[in-house]
Design a protein around this ligand. Structure first.
Ligand SMILES: NC(=O)C1=CN([C@@H]2O[C@H](COP(=O)(O)OP(=O)(O)OC[C@H]3O[C@@H](n4cnc5c(N)ncnc54)[C@H](OP(=O)(O)O)[C@@H]3O)[C@@H](O)[C@H]2O)C=CC1
Ligand SMILES: O=C1OC[C@@H](O)[C@H](O)[C@H]1O
Length: 377
């Protein structure tokens, strides 16, 4: 079978769109079934789109460099031109949080598949609208939770859910914090309330990743939703959250998850996520956005937790192998579209919705209020 080439339209010539385009432009010997092409790049300013193409993909993406398509990257001076571009299969939405719903809706209405950056929307109702629209038009839609596609995510599932090296999972602790406050201007998209800023919207999808990927998806949990969601927020002067915690209870497992996120500080890269079971623990050394290395520590069976005798530990490293790490997600999306899927099982609509519901519940408890009009539903 010849390789499948997916043709992307990019909206928003900001930072993450640049990383995405650079990643799909790298040639990788280990992947020969799917390739990428950049068909159109849209900006509110056409000269920005031209510069973006010149800087990030002058020869197109990896499929274009290989001569697998004749389509060349075209600079567009509006997002509408990208949605309506005849060579575009799928739109990558790299605009601020507050634009995701409207941009994704416009892309789907124009008949294009859609990969929308995290957080997918501002609330679950907006997401339901997009999900229903995509389904009604038989179009692919996914939130860009790229970390779910890292190879280490597979290893964790194999070790924890299938081999059950930790026995029954009891606890997940997950932190992702970046010291943006007082470093970036208050008008920056991460800090301004007008952009739906704050760490919970920005980094919350990541701190929920391990709890949802490993506890919610634990076969023993049978996809049972957390029975309790509790949260706490310390506020920034702009009205967004500054430091936030989330606690989730998974009754069927007798397990809890605690997630923390902040723009006031950063925590050690060595212990971002800890997963504890009744036979030991797994430490995720980086991430939870960018997880590439884990250590599995098991103790003698039946040992007390007070002073367990630890068995030799195992460290597994799976580096990205060039680029930022968005390629795993991009390849998975290409395969879904090649295979006629409208959702990807790794990041299904229902789990995007669950993450948004949790985020919104913690915002409600913490008194996080968006200015009127930002939420469209
Ligand atoms: N997956 C990941 O690792 C990451 C995901 N993200 C997500 O991607 C999104 C974009 O983040 P990032 O790339 O850092 O942001 P940037 O500010 O760098 O880029 C956003 C782009 O959106 C476009 N845009 C459209 N409307 C507006 C507006 N009203 N104000 C400002 N820009 C606007 C602009 O492009 P133009 O001027 O060309 O129209 C701008 O360059 C966020 O939702 C974020 O959560 C961000 C970083 C990493
Ligand atoms: O991975 C990330 O790091 C920085 C954040 O601002 C961004 O949105 C996020 O996705």
């Amino acid at each position: 079978m010849p390789p499948f080439v997916i043709h992307w339209g990019i909206t928003g010539c900001g930072w993450i769109s640049g990383e995405f385009v650079k990643d799909v432009s790298i040639q990788r010997d280990d992947v020969t079934d799917v390739y990428h092409a950049i068909a159109a790049v849209g900006s509110r300013d056409v000269s920005k789109a031209q510069t973006f193409i010149e800087s990030h993909c002058p020869a197109g993406a990896n499929g274009q460099q290989k001569g697998l398509t004749d389509v060349r990257p075209e600079a567009c001076g509006s997002y509408d031109d990208v949605y309506n571009h005849p060579s575009v299969d799928i739109i990558y939405i790299g605009t601020p949080n507050t634009a995701h719903f409207s941009d994704a809706k416009a892309a789907l209405e124009a008949g294009k598949h859609c990969l929308v950056e995290k957080p997918a929307c501002l609330n679950a109702k907006e997401w339901d609208c997009l999900s229903e629209l995509a389904k009604s038009k038989n179009l692919f839609l996914m939130e860009g939770m790229w970390s779910r596609f890292f190879p280490i995510a597979d290893v964790l599932v194999q070790k924890l859910h299938h081999e059950r090296v930790l026995g029954d999972l009891k606890f997940v602790q997950s932190d992702l914090s970046m010291p943006f406050y007082n470093l970036l201007p208050d008008t920056h998209r991460t800090i301004a309330i007008e952009y739906a800023g704050g760490p919970l919207y920005d980094l919350g999808p990541y701190i929920l990743l391990a709890p949802l990927w490993l506890l919610f998806r634990d076969p023993k949990n049978e996809r049972t939703r957390p029975s309790q969601v509790t949260g706490h927020m310390l506020k920034a002067r702009t009205g967004v959250d500054l430091s936030t915690s989330v606690t989730l209870s998974f009754d069927r497992l007798g397990a809890v998850a605690v997630g923390t996120t902040s723009f006031a500080y950063s925590t050690s890269k060595e212990t971002k996520v800890t997963i504890v079971g009744d036979k030991g623990e797994v430490i995720v050394h980086d991430g939870p956005n960018n997880w590439t290395k884990i250590t599995i520590r098991r103790h003698e069976p039946g040992e007390s937790w007070y002073q367990p005798r630890w068995l030799p530990e195992e460290t597994i490293e799976m580096p990205v192998g060039g680029g930022f790490g968005l390629i795993f997600e991009a390849n998975a999306v290409a395969r879904s579209i090649r295979d006629g899927e409208i959702e990807n099982e790794r990041m299904p609509h229902v789990e995007t919705r669950l993450a948004l519901e949790i985020i919104n519940e913690v915002q409600k408890q913490g008194g996080y209020k968006l200015p009127a009009g930002l939420e469209k539903m």
